[in-house]
Write a protein that binds this ligand. Structure first.
Ligand code: SAH
Length: 238
């Protein structure tokens, strides 16, 4: 009987295991050096960031850079935010285990996964349908069952599931969309980078108290703009 010199292709198990360890080490280093040292303290945030495999949310050729201190391109002119920014927004949202959270700007799905580790249910909206589909697939493959992804304009929020205990917006509007403020629960927090595309965006934290809305502007940031779906009546005649 003819025995082929090489068997069918098998993945190099040892190498894969080694690579997994390697990503874990990079991830822990990211948590210690980029997050803890810069003042992120919430144990739930640090634990989530130490757990979620960020390298699975970036294009495969960029996987080795996934734990570096910067945003990375994810296609369609969009980026996955820098790890510190994801951690900051997650912490500022003061998420509790029972919380229902809305995210606007799913992108890669990474921020949604981090939130999913900390909260009960995540609703997330992405305006680029291809990104929404890809994020949904990544989240499903990783076993996140408490995230619902929808493709559409997040400006209007997701009224069917309101009110939300926290709303995290990961694209910058020039002004805070009123529908998002309206969908915030009492004691809920809205974290949003606000400003034009030039130099003046600020991370903004808005809290709904029983007495009204409190707005705090924090440090300068640079996010992609919150784009708007053109209302149907303005579409060109065909
Ligand atoms: N949170 C993402 C990063 C988002 S980048 C992550 O963890 O990877 C900002 C995203 O917001 C982009 O994917 C962009 O397409 C999306 N976006 C911009 N305007 C939007 C809108 N009006 N509604 C929903 N998503 C929007």
């Amino acid at each position: 009987m003819f025995v082929p010199p090489f068997g069918p292709f098998e993945p190099p198990v040892g190498l894969l295991a080694q690579q997994t360890d390697d990503y874990q080490i990079r991830r822990q280093r990211m948590v210690d050096q980029q997050l803890r040292l810069r003042g992120i303290e919430a144990p739930a945030v640090l634990a989530a960031m130490a757990k979620v495999p960020r390298h699975r949310f970036v294009p495969p050729p960029l996987a080795r850079q996934a734990y570096e201190d910067r945003p990375l391109p994810i296609g369609y002119n969009q980026t996955i935010s820098q790890p510190f920014i994801v951690a900051y927004m997650s912490e500022a949202a003061r998420i509790t285990p029972g919380a229902k959270v809305l995210e606007i700007g799913t992108g890669s799905g990474y921020q949604a996964a981090v939130l999913a580790e900390m909260a009960a249910k995540i609703y997330t909206i992405e305006i680029v349908p291809e990104l929404a589909r890809q994020a949904e697939r990544t989240l499903r493959d990783l076993g996140y069952r408490n995230v619902r992804v929808r493709s559409g304009d997040g400006y209007q929020g997701w009224p069917q599931h309101a009110p939300f205990d926290a709303i995290v917006v990961t694209a910058a509007p020039e002004r805070i969309p009123q529908p998002l403020i309206d969908q915030l629960a009492v004691h809920g927090r809205l974290i949003v980078p606000v400003g034009t595309q030039s130099e003046d965006q600020r991370m903004t934290v808005l809290t709904r108290t029983p007495g009204g809305i409190i707005e705090q502007k924090t440090f300068p940031v640079r996010f992609v703009p919150l784009t708007r779906e053109k209302p149907k009546e303005y579409q060109p005649y065909r």
